[in-house]
Structures are given as C-alpha cells and as structure tokens.
Design a protein around this ligand. Structure first.
Ligand code: PLP
Length: 385
C-alpha cells in the first residue's frame, strides 16, 4: 500500500508521515536506504538510476516536501544551488529575461553574474515594492525570483501582491523559501508558482547535510527536473534518508527556533550597544505587518548591527556558546558576518549599497535554552566595548 500524502494533514503531521510508503522492509516504520546504482530492468521494464531521481528514497522525500509546500510535485537536489540552477535553466534560454529581487543570497547572485549573464541571460533588479514590479516586465520576461524573508537583512516581501502581478502577465513566480520553511509560510497558497529550498538549512537542520529542493505544479516540475538531472544535481540514497529523518522534526525545531529568535531580538533591541535589529517579529520592523499576515511565526533568523563602541572581531572572538559559522538553521546557534561569508563574493560597492558591512551580524538561533544564548551575547557585547 502506498500513501502519497494525505491532503488534510497539518504540517506537524505531514513532517512525520507524508510520502512514507507502507509495506516495505517487513513493515518497518522507516524507509529502507536503497544504495544501488544499478537495477534489473527485465521484470518491470523500468529504467532506474539514482541520477534520474527515480529511487524510492527520492520519491518519499520529494512527496513529503510537496505535501509540506501544498504543491503537486517536487524534486530533491544535491545542494540548494543545484535547485537554483535547475530552475533558471529549466525556465529560461539565452536571450530571455528575469526579474530578481535586489540583495538575493550571494550564491544565487554569483550564479547569475558568473554563469548566466555571460551566456546571454538578461536580468533586472527589483526593489521589492509591488508598485514598481510591473514596469520591469519586458516581452521576454520569463520568471521573477524573490526571497522572503531575505538573507541577511530579513526584508519581507508581500508575496500575495507579487504573485498576482506576475500571474496577470504570465510570468513564473519563484520564491526561495529557505528562511521561512513551509512551517511558517506556504507561498504556493499565496499564489506563487514555485518554491525553492536550500534543504541544507532548516530541512536538514543538523548542520551535516548538503541538499536542495524545488516544489510546484506537475507541469513546471516536469520542465525543470530534467535540467537538474542533466547537471548531475541528484542526491544519493544515504543523504535522502537523512533528509527524510530530519524532516520529521522540522516543525518542532522551527517553532522553538522562532520562539528563541523572537526573545533574542527583543533583548537585542533594548541594548544600548546594538545599533539596529532586523527581525520581522519586532513591531518596529518595516516588514512586521506583511510578515504577520503571511507567516505563522517570524522565523529563527535575525540580523543586528553592532554599535560603534563594539569591535566586531572582539565580539565574535568572545562568544562561547554561539559559534561563528557560515551556514545556518542548525539546532545549534551560529553567527556570521555576511560581508565576509554569504555576500563576500559581491563587489564592495554592491555590498555597501545593500548595507552589508562588517558591523552587520546574522544570527541563526538554535534550539538551546534562550537564557543561555542571551547570557552569551551579553558577555560578548560587554567584552567587545
Ligand atoms: C537563502 C539561500 N538560498 C540558497 C542557498 C544555497 O544553498 P546550498 O548552499 O545548499 O547550495 C543558501 C545557502 O546558504 C541560502 O542561504
């Protein structure tokens, strides 16, 4: 018996059960890890090969992610960038045009600058205001790409208004939902066509697995997936199983991380030596109103700017519990300077224009006890003065 997924399940239930196929491995509750790269095709005439994304481990995880996003279909890749590149190459050809939210994740910008532009793909940047979106549309515009909340300034985009403008003009809308996860935000229900994930982040959640995913309609997924296969972006069976296992606790982790982040953001906001806090859960944050409408909670990521009296290097060195690290969304809290990590490849002028300098910190709040996190931040801010 196969349960693809149950349409009425809530996210917490879907995390644990969606996509799981009963009746395998002596009725075991876990999906067996299929390690084969060669399969006998003589009995059912099926050509199976892991790069074609047609193994049981791929199917279960893809169906679970589709269920969580409220999508018809999904596929899983060996990294978030494997998913990003497949979407662009699946929906565009040289000479086509795409609209990009300004300040996207540095790796996405690097793909565009280093590969897609030199091959003749055309792009315009959008400031995120729905009012200015329509004026960027050209005859050859095929897709628009946004993130919400953004990395690292946690800017919130009105997804419903954006999707409506794009849909009226037949432009495919894509959102990188890595920061929010489907636990907090389901862009497809707000009218978006495609959702992309760096599954390396909240989906895997333990800082030990590189992976990505795309979810959307059967029709769009059928156009994009072959590019991921051609590019060799498929994930192996062992890692697919790890991802399946991690997804079971996604809702629990994200809820705790969001609650911790909200408490840390409020604490930072009240500190003298913190110049600014970027967190859509704060009432003073510019994105609060929209975030409150389109998100269930405000997420585990926040940004803050150290005041002039605090040395960024000393602050980072003094942290004892929170680790300076490049990736994010693990169960353990990590922190980084985007100017030296995620956005290091951007030209200095582009970084300055976005407000990404050495005083800006991006904090990924984990599942620890929040009092311990605040105590660590407090002693490091004091020591940094
Ligand atoms: C928002 C966002 N999108 C995409 C990516 C790329 O994902 P990956 O590193 O898994 O290739 C990242 C990685 O940090 C990210 O933060």
């Amino acid at each position: 018996m196969t349960d693809k997924y149950h349409k009425t399940w809530n996210a917490e239930t879907a995390c644990v059960h969606a996509g799981y196929e009963r009746g395998t491995a002596e009725q075991g509750l876990n999906t067996p890890i299929v390690t084969s790269t060669a399969f006998d095709y003589s009995r059912d005439d099926q050509v199976r090969y892991p790069r074609y994304m047609n193994t049981p481990n791929h199917r279960v995880v893809a169906n679970r992610i589709a269920a969580l996003e409220g999508a018809e279909a999904a596929f899983v890749t060996a990294s978030g960038m494997g998913a990003v590149s497949a979407v662009f190459l699946g929906l565009m050809k040289p000479g086509d045009h795409a609209i990009l939210l300004d300040g996207l994740y540095g790796g996405t910008t690097d793909l565009i600058e280093g590969l897609l532009k030199p091959y003749g793909f055309e792009f315009s940047t959008w400031d995120g205001n729905p009012v200015s979106l329509a004026s960027l549309v050209q005859e050859n515009t095929k897709l628009a790409w946004v993130e919400s909340p953004t990395n690292p300034l946690l800017r919130v985009i009105d997804l419903e208004a954006t999707a409506e403008i794009l849909r009226e003009r037949d432009i495919v809308s894509v959102v990188d939902n890595t920061f929010a996860t489907p636990i907090l935000q389901q862009p497809i229900k707000l009218g978006f066509d495609l959702v992309m994930h760096s599954a390396t982040k909240y989906f895997s959640g333990h800082s030990d697995l590189l992976s990505g995913a795309v979810a959307g309609s059967e029709e769009l997924i059928a156009r994009i997936r072959p590019q991921a296969v051609r590019l060799g972006s498929s994930l192996n069976g062992q890692d697919l199983y790890l991802l399946e296992r991690s997804l079971k606790t996604l809702a629990l982790r994200v809820e705790r991380q969001s609650a911790n982040a909200a408490a840390v953001a409020e604490w930072l906001e009240a500190r003298e030596n913190i110049a600014r806090v970027y967190y859509p859960g704060l009432e003073a944050d510019a994105g609060h109103g929209i975030a409150a409408r389109q998100m269930r909670a405000f997420g585990g990521m926040l940004g803050f700017r150290l005041g002039d009296a605090v040395s960024p290097d000393r602050f980072l060195r003094k942290l004892e519990l929170i680790t300076p690290a490049v990736s994010l969304a693990g169960v353990e809290s990590t922190i980084c300077q985007p100017s030296r990590t995620s956005h290091a490849k951007l030209a200095p002028e582009a970084r300055d224009a976005l407000g990404i300098d050495d005083r800006l910190m991006r904090l990924s709040v984990g599942i620890e006890r929040v009092e311990d996190l605040i105590a660590d931040l407090e002693q490091a801010v004091e020591a940094g003065v």
